[in-house]
Design a binder for this molecule. Sequence first.
Ligand SMILES: NC(=O)c1ccc[n+]([C@@H]2O[C@H](COP(=O)([O-])OP(=O)(O)OC[C@H]3O[C@@H](n4cnc5c(N)ncnc54)[C@H](OP(=O)(O)O)[C@@H]3O)[C@@H](O)[C@H]2O)c1
Length: 287
Amino acid sequence: MKVLVTGATGFTGSRVVPLLLQSGYQVRCLTRATSDRAPLSALTVEWVTGDLSNPETLAAALRGVDALVNIASLGFGHADSILRSAKEAGVRRAIFISTTAIFTQLNAGSKSVRLAAEEAIQASGLDYTILRPTMIYGSPRDRNMWRLIRLLRLTPVMPIFGDGESLQQPIFVDDVAQAVLRALQTDATIGKSYNIAGKAPLAYNQVIDTVASALGRRVWKLHLPYMPIVRILQFTEQIRLRLPIKAEQVLRLNENKAFSNEEAQRDFGFSPRGFEEGIRTEISNIQ
Ligand SMILES: NC(=O)c1ccc[n+]([C@@H]2O[C@H](COP(=O)([O-])OP(=O)(O)OC[C@H]3O[C@@H](n4cnc5c(N)ncnc54)[C@H](OP(=O)(O)O)[C@@H]3O)[C@@H](O)[C@H]2O)c1
């Protein structure tokens, strides 16, 4: 069975592709002319140069494949042309990675684009499965836990914007890859959308403590009221002063982000690891 993967060179895609190959799939990767193919250079895959913003390259990449695994973000408005190209190429089966960020109460910029993308997929008539991961972590490419690990290695004092009690449920990148594979292999997932998260939710304070403990470090958490900080960040954004953190990120950190894996567990045996195991694996892989 031949699968076209988009987003193959990214953090998640580069873990999905080897798993598909190990499981006997032939893999074609759609990458941009500027993409760094190095993370997959040791693998036997077929490369096609294209861009999701260019429907002609997408249509050509889809020709002759049995399924699409779309890992590239749905937040850039390409969903309609991806769906059209898949139909024209006669590709019925498709797995799409979305995000649990569509459930945010905040008026986040890409939320409406992602929601519209999901609606278009659900109305497409394709044999689709949508997987919505929570925050994905697991390597220095993750842009979230890796930053926290580096910070906690440098300082014993961790400023926390808010009381740190909001729930988080990050998912390890290889568990996302497993979910993609199992969804593709399981017909019961056709026409369904699943939230996929880590094994259990934990408060942000516990996230900090777990990372510090895995690093063998003590950490003092300095809780700061978050709304004044949000207002300051909003002001700096208005005057276009770039800081390493955005107001929206602070607000998002203070939202509960716990999700049930029940449906994914029932339909395709999804069984993700817990945060402590995942973060210890991430740290041991980079030491
Ligand atoms: N990271 C998270 O915490 C998280 C959480 C929930 C959901 N998700 C979702 O999971 C998916 C993977 O996330 P990630 O963090 O692994 O992504 P990533 O590392 O940022 O990689 C993005 C991939 O998409 C490709 N891409 C972007 N725009 C493209 C275009 N116009 N045409 C073709 N390819 C394009 C990139 O190609 P280049 O190599 O050319 O840049 C790259 O391979 C995304 O759909 C994301 O929304 C991520």
